[in-house]
Design a protein around this ligand. Structure first.
Ligand code: GLN
Length: 352
């Protein structure tokens, strides 16, 4: 079994033990099976091949502007696929809890839409790619909306500020509960990550005040940054992240619990936003190569969504210049090709 806390060192021991471990949560209340959910053997083979192909790639570097992230073992590597019919295929370090970081932005966007409706969220935040780094103050100044989109820091902090609640604690609990329902398991804050980021997030505080200058933040700026910092510090493992993604792939229904977590009519807005901005200034190249909505986090996770089929989540800390995990991009690109997931390819719907 490979889905334990062990390290790649142990996994290197023998290639013949490389077997994707498969499991499913006990209570599956799935009512409708997607007609395009992929065949289990093909998923297992693709995951195994990708793991072997990219395990020794040492390109990229851990994020270090959040001190905690610089200390994370950069050799860790885990892959999880969860399909819309709740098949679970995992390999590598898939039980290690890493900080969700920017991937949280997707789920706060979903929660904001659930609370306020998509039109209001679009009016308050917008959905234009910035073409700039995720933490760019220049984008706030330049973009006509100032917020840009919900997946860059400024737009994300503003999206967090939209979550209703009588006080900060109520807003935060609502966010954490929502993420947990998307994951199908109770998620918790990694306190050390939160403390490490809260002590160093002057850039995000500056963004929040810049937004205030343009009337584009909708609650107290520093309170919003604090809640945002907490949401980025939520711990997930690769399997939980894949299940959060599979909830998006499955029209908002968590494939493990059967709960409609996100309204189905909100899903296209979320996925299109992920396509345009999920990998920041790497989003265009990603869409060109892979053709799947995805979201990265500087904690080393990326989740990609194949609508109606499933989600691929990969955890590997070293990042490229834009802040996207190098190995996660390689693995998802490979697995998506093997499974014919590219949305823009006619073969993704069976046309040869
Ligand atoms: N919490 C991080 C930040 O605000 C998230 C950035 C990311 O994952 N790209 O900088």
């Amino acid at each position: 079994m490979f889905n334990t806390h062990n390290r790649p060192r142990i996994m290197l021991a023998t290639a013949c033990l490389l077997v994707a471990s498969i499991g499913s949560l006990p209570s599956v209340a799935q009512t409708k099976r997607s007609p395009v959910a992929p065949n289990r053997e093909r998923v297992e083979a693709a995951v195994r091949e990708a793991y072997e192909k990219f395990r020794s790639d040492t390109n990229g570097k851990n994020a270090d502007y959040i001190p905690y992230l610089a200390q994370v073992d950069s050799k860790m590597f885990g892959i999880a696929v969860v399909t819309t019919d709740n098949q679970v295929v995992t390999l590598g370090d898939v039980n290690y809890s890493f900080s969700i970081q920017s991937i949280s932005k997707v789920f706060t966007l979903a929660l904001a839409m659930g609370e306020l409706g998509p039109d209001k969220v679009f009016e308050k935040i917008g959905s234009e790619p910035t073409g700039r780094p995720f933490n760019s103050p220049l984008a706030v100044v330049d973009m006509p909306t100032h917020t840009g989109n919900p997946l860059v820091n400024a737009g994300a902090i503003a999206t967090t500020s939209l979550i209703p609640g009588r006080n900060a604690a109520e807003k935060w609990n609502k966010i954490l509960d929502f993420y947990s329902r998307a994951a199908g398991e109770k998620l918790v804050l990694i306190d050390e990550v939160y403390k490490s980021e809260a002590a160093t997030n002057t850039g995000n505080k500056a963004l929040s005040y810049l937004l205030a200058k343009y009337d584009r933040i909708y609650a107290d700026p520093f309170e919003s940054v604090d809640i945002y910092t907490k949401q980025c510090s939520v711990g997930v493992n690769a399997t939980q992240l894949a299940r959060m993604g599979a909830t998006l792939a499955n029209n908002g229904i968590n494939p493990a619990t059967g709960e409609q977590v996100i309204k189905s009519e909100d899903i296209p807005h979320i996925l299109s936003t992920m396509t345009m901005a999920g990998l920041y200034d790497g989003s265009g190249g990603w869409a060109w190569r892979v053709g799947l909505p995805a979201k990265s986090g500087v904690g080393g996770g990326i989740v990609a969504i194949a609508p109606g089929k499933g989600a691929i989540a990969v955890f590997a800390p070293p990042l490229d210049e834009a802040g996207n995990s190098v190995k996660a991009q390689e693995v998802i690109d490979y697995v998506a090709q093997q499974l014919n997931y590219n949305l823009y390819s006619p073969s993704s719907v069976g046309l040869k």
